[in-house]
Design a binder for this molecule. Structure first.
Ligand code: NAP
Length: 285
């Protein structure tokens, strides 16, 4: 890619950002679409967020992604926040237009799009989640928007997650249980979709996995792990061995990036190319 004085700037702020995969997937998509944009990762310490956001606006950036630790704190510096970001309680994408900053969250779209592309129709189905931290809010909101009938959440700390569940109970019945209880594990027989939203099994701790008693889980239950490194966690491996349909977090990562790309450029991102770029990078890193 050749950059000129006309090149429009996009990027990512977070701390740290060295391991971010966003530049890896965004720049090939920009090039493939024949667009004159550049996407870079910018480390911004927590105490410098206000200055950084104001600076990006002054510098004429067209937009940027936000990652840990700024996804919630960024909200106070924005002019408008869309419904997804409000419900999820975090912003991962900002569009800058005419000096105004518009906050979005594309994680729920990423989660749902990847699942639907795999042939799972969410409407009317019953879901169960393992773990409920930051990413789970996007998962829950995505499921609700797509018409899920109910959500059962299994966690190690019920009191902590009840608060999170309360934010969504006006839309759909949600139960929160200790995942070690027989009631939760037996109840998994009702689930059409089972999602791991914990980091258990993520590199380098690939021997870990969330607590599930497979004997209660039907063979047609769709097993979704939002972890993307490794491609096949221990949880997904066990699901595949018993013949369940499965999906990892790679598609969610790519689709949330593609949704941000669309917000900034108005163009569809080349998903296949982004996926190839991601796999090549992870294979080489
Ligand atoms: P988080 O906010 O730290 O939440 C993690 C959740 O897992 C919490 O409910 C936590 O429970 C639970 N948990 C962690 N360790 C546990 C253990 N040993 N036993 C039982 N529960 C445990 O993390 P997050 O940001 O939601 O991310 C979770 C995972 O999603 C990560 O692997 C991340 O890479 C992945 N992710 C993927 C995508 C994608 O695009 N594919 C996007 C975002 C995140 P406590 O609250 O009790 O600690």
């Amino acid at each position: 890619m050749t950059f000129t004085g006309k090149t429009k700037n996009l990027g990512l702020i977070g701390y740290p950002v060295e391991h971010s995969l966003s530049p890896v997937i965004q720049n090939p998509a920009i090039e493939a679409a024949g667009l004159d944009y550049a996407y870079i990762a910018m480390p911004v310490e927590k105490t410098r967020l206000r200055e950084a956001v104001s600076g990006l606006n002054s510098l004429g950036f067209k937009g940027f992604n936000i990652t840990i630790p700024h996804k919630v704190d960024i909200m106070e510096f924005l002019d408008e926040i869309d419904e997804n970001a409000k419900m999820i309680g975090a912003v991962n994408t900002v569009v800058i237009k005419d000096g105004k900053l518009y906050g979005h969250n594309t994680d729920s779209t990423g989660f749902v799009t990847a699942l639907e592309k795999k042939g799972f129709a969410i409407k009317g189905k019953r879901a169960a989640l393992l773990g409920a931290g930051g990413a789970a809010r996007a998962v829950i909101w995505g499921l609700i928007k797509s018409g899920i009938a109910s959500i059962d959440i299994g966690v190690r700390n019920v009191a902590k997650v009840e608060l999170l569940a309360d934010a969504f109970r006006q839309y759909v019945p949600i139960t929160v249980m200790d995942w070690e209880t027989p009631d939760f594990q037996k109840g998994l027989a009702e689930a059409d979709l089972l999602v791991n939203t914990t980091p258990l099994g993520m590199l380098p701790h690939t021997d870990a996995m969330p607590l599930v008693h497979w004997e209660y889980i039907r063979q047609d239950t769709f097993i979704y792990d939002i972890i993307y490194v490794p491609q096949r966690t221990k949880f997904l491996q066990q699901a595949q061995e018993r013949g369940n349909p499965t999906l990892n977090g790679e598609g969610m990562l790519i689709e949330q990036g593609a949704a941000a790309f669309k917000l900034w450029t108005g163009h569809e991102a080349d998903i296949v190319l982004m996926t190839e770029a991601l796999r090549k990078h992870l294979g080489n890193s």
